[in-house]
Ligand binder design. Structure first.
Ligand code: 5GP
Length: 332
């Protein structure tokens, strides 16, 4: 079957094809990447709600739990947390994932007639039948809003809120390098649908649990630097999580402190998963393309925000990652 992507057709035609598949399909599976964030959750919720309004059957899944700070999102309790789903579906809408493995292999291709892949990562694949992949888009929520527009469906207040949360979280409150005119224009359209930006901001960014603050304290008091202070990083050990009684989600955002150091070109969090596995999160300033480094380790993401997994203990992973950045950063 010939697949559809921006490599062989126009954006207008892709959106038309998506609306045609939506029209003719009766049952839908929706999922985004593991360790879901505001964009994956918000985009999925908005799509699920819109499809239900059209009278479709929808199963919305996540391989991992919803972070507690996003539990306030409307409709979130309807997301099925599972590592396997049974049944057959006319259409699977897969959000910001390089392949079905990144979704947690919840579904097999044989269970679906048509896969629609909507993504905004620079590191992506066209694994779907329809691939709407726009790396210049700040978020998948912006692309999902275009699906609404193409289908001539105005988001409800609830759907608009969920899409807005996708944009506001993935752009870091419209402050990150991926923020562009379209992020603001889409957000403006969503505000017209009744979104209260100040309320959402309060819910997402102002309240912080004790465990998160304690983990931040441990992490920031042990901030490390290398490569002439251009590489600023934190090693998050299991012991630190235990001490702070923190979970994975409490670590979100620590990396922004690494990159806030004026000399920093790259910020990094090295998280001990177990004795043989270390998860690496990276952020870079402007021109430094992280994908050139993470691709060596089978990772992915965007130019300025990427990640990978190193199959070594945290101390070995630290040496490997610093070595990988040394040539690239010392020359600059
Ligand atoms: P974070 O540091 O927030 O976990 O991830 C930053 C970006 O890199 C996100 O867009 C995320 O999807 C991507 N990313 C992180 N780890 C991996 C990985 O192991 N594989 C791929 N393909 N992408 C990753």
């Amino acid at each position: 079957m010939k697949t559809i992507s921006l490599q062989n057709t126009s954006k207008k035609q892709i959106l038309k094809s998506i609306t045609e598949v939506i029209k003719k399909s009766k049952s839908f599976f929706i999922a985004g990447h593991m360790k879901p964030d505001g964009d994956t959750i918000g985009s999925g919720l908005a799509l699920a709600s819109m499809l239900k309004r059209l009278g479709k059957k929808v199963v919305h899944c996540s391989a991992d739990e919803i972070p507690y700070d996003l539990m306030f999102m409307k409709g979130v309790s309807k997301i099925k947390i599972t590592d396997k789903i049974t049944g057959k579906y006319d259409c699977a809408l897969i959000l910001e994932s390089i392949n079905l493995r990144r979704v947690g292999n919840i579904i097999e291709p044989s269970q679906v007639k048509t896969i629609i892949n909507i993504d905004h990562h620079l590191a992506h694949t066209n694994f779907g039948y329809i691939n709407y992949v726009v790396p210049s888009s700040s978020s998948v929520a912006e692309l999902v809003y275009e699906v609404f527009t193409a289908a001539k469906i105005i988001p409800t207040k609830e759907e608009a809120e969920n899409l807005y949360i996708g944009i506001v979280t993935d752009t870091g409150r419209f402050q990150q390098l991926n923020t562009n005119a379209n992020s603001h224009l889409t957000a403006a359209e969503l505000l017209k649908c009744g979104v209260n930006a100040s309320e959402i901001s309060k819910k997402i960014f102002l309240k912080k649990p004790l465990s998160k603050l304690k983990l931040y304290g441990l992490a920031l008091s042990d901030l490390k630097t290398d490569i002439n202070d251009k590489f600023i990083y934190v090693k998050l050990t299991k012991n630190m999580f235990k001490k702070a009684q923190a979970n994975d989600y409490d670590a979100d955002g620590i990396i922004n402190y690494c990159i806030s150091v004026p000399t920093a070109a790259v910020g990094c969090i090295m998280k001990e998963v177990n004795e043989k596995t270390t998860k690496i999160s990276l952020r870079s300033i402007e021109k430094f393309n992280l994908l050139n480094v993470v691709k060596k380790f089978g990772g992915g993401g965007h130019k300025n925000a990427a990640g990978c997994t190193i199959n070594e203990n945290i101390n070995k992973a630290e040496k490997i990652i610093i070595k990988a950045f040394k040539d690239k950063l010392s020359a600059k």
